[in-house]
Write a protein that binds this ligand. Sequence first.
Ligand SMILES: [Zn+2]
Ligand SMILES: [Zn+2]
Length: 272
Amino acid sequence: MRLKVEKSATAYGNNLFIFHLVRHVAAAFLIAHLGVHVSDLLLVAVGYSIIYGVGISVSAHRLFSHRSFAVHPSVERFLAVLTCLAGQGSPILWASIHRGWHHKFTDESGDRHSPIHGFASSYLGWLKSIDRESLPVRSCEDLVKSRFHRFLHRNYFFIYLSVTLALFSIDARFATYAFLIPSILSFHGVAVVNFFCHSRQFGYRNFETGDNSVNLRLLGILCFGEGYHNNHHHEPDRASFGIQKSELDLGSLIIKLISKPYPKRKSISEEH
Ligand SMILES: [Zn+2]
Ligand SMILES: [Zn+2]
């Protein structure tokens, strides 16, 4: 099972790299064609909150990568699909990279999106370094064991494009401002945290973590808590990234809403 996932990795990384570029060109064309109304900004804000706040920060990062909390299995499946709609690969890909590269080798050469490799590589270029030999799928056996997660991983681009086409066939304006642009912004939300929150010259540190992680209040608010990155690297499995009273973590508020009734479990494999 793991071998099949690893085999697709090289194409996956290259496709994601091209995919991001194509989405940006398409969004620029659509904005020029449709114009921007005030109501469109509201759609972007709501879409970004759902796709980035819930799909990436709460789901890809805190649920699938760190297992910081648990939800009902049906909610977990919904969140996995939401992660896919953020345009950053399946939960298997996201969690493999996050566990096997980022937290294992933080700010060392094995951390492919660390700023130590330079801005361009940290922001986007690192995607081209995903290949079958190096993708740390081994760090993600719990997800790979799940047939549902393997399905999402195998059919990732088909799922994303199908949802895109379905939304555009209903309403191009809604699809552009409630889905496509929030999905693109969610890529930038991750990229700015990867770069700025691992650069010592920005932000502040609450903890000595042995890496370059810092907290940035602006990104803490705009990125649903992700900007309190030094706090996160101090205690990676903690569901809440805000530690001081002034560190507002919107992601942890969402987690409180969706995780309360269910006991924490150790691994998704126990459910499948
Ligand atoms: Zn980090
Ligand atoms: Zn993390």
